[in-house]
Design a protein around this ligand. Structure first.
Ligand code: B16
Ligand code: MG
Length: 217
């Protein structure tokens, strides 16, 4: 199963920004007068900012004009940006660098495939930009995960065929997108949540060189 291109999701795979997204959405929900739980936040993972707000307003049973909707989008993003302002390398999830370094040693091209419009500045903050040959983020895609667009674009820009790509994802929609792209999906998180993934690991500490060597042939 020789794999020649590796694609990484950002939020929840490389860094735990999901918790900051959650806090910013919860703040908005509370301002609007309702609760937003961590369980509900699961469905926000890998989903675009706009779609997240649509879901949030459905949860709160709130109707909004286009203008108000856009103002809340801006407000949430400003809150999120202030929460991640001080982010640094210490927020990289365990053993991410180990895997990136292993793949770099074998000259395997790597791409970032994220729904986030803030992906580039976050990679800069945690000092990982240089590992990635390609960065595809929320500013470049028109169709959200589970559509495979983000990963297909990453494969094309790496010059690797989709079936030779591996995708690391923490979101149900992201695993579906990888499968829809014909790529090998690896879930980072819980098996019961990411049941559609080909392999699931709790985090990168569970992924050893032997497994990676098997992937790259
Ligand atoms: P932003 P990923 C996704 O990133 C997050 O999982 C999702 O919760 C968020 O709403 C989305 O990015 C958009 O983020 O508001 O920064 O553009 O997991 O695809 O890296
Ligand atoms: Mg994610």
């Amino acid at each position: 199963m020789k794999k020649t291109g590796f694609i990484f999701d950002l939020d929840g795979v490389i860094v735990d920004t999901a918790k900051y997204h959650y806090l910013a959405w919860r703040k908005l929900a509370n301002e609007l007068g309702f609760e937003f739980t961590q369980g509900q936040n699961e469905q926000f993972k890998g989903v675009s900012r706009k779609r997240c707000l649509e879901i949030l307003l459905e949860i709160g049973n709130i109707k909004a004009s286009q203008e108000q909707f856009n103002r809340w989008l801006i407000e949430k993003n400003e809150d999120y940006l202030s929460l991640i302002e001080k982010m640094d390398e210490s927020e990289i999830l365990p053993d991410v660098q180990k895997v990136l370094q292993f793949l770099r040693k074998y000259h395997i091209p790597m791409a970032l495939g994220s729904a986030s419009k803030n992906a580039r500045p976050i990679l800069e903050k945690v000092n990982l930009t240089d590992y990635f040959k390609v960065i595809v983020d929320g500013t470049q895609v028109t169709k959200a995960k589970p559509d495979p667009e983000v990963f297909l674009l990453a494969a094309e820009q790496m010059g690797v065929r989709p079936k030779e790509c591996v995708v690391f994802e923490d979101a149900v929609a992201g695993i579906e997108a990888a499968n829809n792209a014909g790529m090998l999906s690896i879930g980072i998180g819980e098996k019961k949540v990411l049941s559609e993934a080909k392999f699931v690991f709790a985090n990168f500490t569970e992924i050893d060189d032997k497994f990676l060597k098997r992937l790259i042939g």
